[in-house]
Write a protein that binds this ligand. Structure first.
Ligand SMILES: [Zn+2]
Length: 315
């Protein structure tokens, strides 16, 4: 049996990446690395469809691929269990995976065990929606932090620096929304801005050919976006201001405001809002409040005084 080292030209043409700004060299030479990055992208698309169960399963497969040693040519496949892979990795880079493994007992950390339990429950229940929230929670609390850590250990750079800015930013928002949430809040809400952003980011791929006019120019949708933004303002009465949308960057988010207090700090927040271009929505619920506070943090802070004054509130 002979083994040849694969070079870039030997490998089949790789699928293009969508959400990576740059790729590690080994993407082109090592199948498990290409596999891991493709799985991360698949996970993002599954999150955008709110298929959190499948996204969790995919995320854990991505983590396993990042830990795989050989080139999976089918003969020398790395058959170590996830537990062994994580412990071997921790031995090679001591301390880097300490949140995920228990070095004293050679067992997995309680968080990883729970995450794997939920993955098993999900798959055995046929991906029932009953586990959507638990899956979203495990993605946010365990699977994604594990992927980020492994990425940083394997490639020496942060995953958020390799991903497109829009997507990386929504992971930061997800962490903030998750930490502002309380017991009983839906973990899935924290992934909603990411879902909207991924949908927005890949939407040009779905534009059918007839959206180019007879001269071959792409049809400009700004009129349509204005009409829908106005409809949210006039029909839905989200009529206080039109803000720049934090998901799609158009000036198309119709919002109505509310205040917690009649005097400073006013506690300005978005009570209702919707974008005329993308899927971004804010409802008058506790979870809606957290979403609005995180996504529009800069706008609310910069404009609170002015808007309060317009409402006749006093400092
Ligand atoms: Zn938008």
């Amino acid at each position: 049996m002979t083994h040849s080292h694969k070079t870039q030209t030997d490998l089949p043409k790789l699928a293009q990446t969508i959400f990576f700004r740059r790729l590690p060299e080994t993407y082109f030479t090592r199948a498990p690395i290409a596999n891991a990055l493709q799985l991360i992208e698949t996970m993002l698309i599954l999150i955008s469809m709110e298929r959190f169960n499948s996204a969790l399963v995919t995320a854990l497969s991505a983590a396993e691929s990042l830990l795989t040693r050989d080139d999976s040519d089918g003969v020398n496949r790395d058959k170590r269990s996830l537990r062994n892979k994580l412990h071997d990795f921790e031995k090679e880079q001591p301390g880097r995976l300490k949140e995920f493994v228990d070095t004293s007992t050679e067992q997995l950390g309680a968080n990883v065990n729970q995450c794997l339990d939920i993955r098993n429950t999900v798959t055995h229940s046929g991906y029932s929606h009953a586990h959507d929230d638990a899956s979203a929670e495990q993605i946010l609390d365990v699977a994604w932090p594990l992927i980020e850590r492994l990425y940083s250990c394997v490639f020496g750079e942060e995953l958020r620096d390799a991903l497109v800015v829009e997507v990386a930013q929504q992971f930061e928002h997800a962490v903030k929304i998750r930490s502002a949430s309380r017991d009983g809040d839906h973990a899935a809400v924290a992934l909603r801005p990411l879902a909207w952003t991924v949908q927005q980011y890949i939407s040009p791929n779905f534009a059918p050919g007839f959206l180019w006019d007879l001269n071959g120019e792409q049809i400009d949708f700004s009129d349509l976006i204005h009409k829908r933004t106005d409809a949210f303002r006039e029909v839905a009465h989200f009529d206080d201001e039109i803000l720049p949308c934090p998901i799609c960057d158009e000036i198309s988010f119709s919002a109505s405001f509310s205040f917690d207090s009649p005097s400073k700090p006013f506690g300005l927040h978005i009570k209702f809002g919707a974008c005329g271009n993308c899927r971004a929505r804010i409802s008058d619920t506790r979870e809606g409040r957290i979403l609005g506070d995180v996504l529009f943090a800069h706008y609310l802070e910069a404009n609170e005084k002015r808007i309060a004054a317009e409402y006749g509130l006093k400092e």
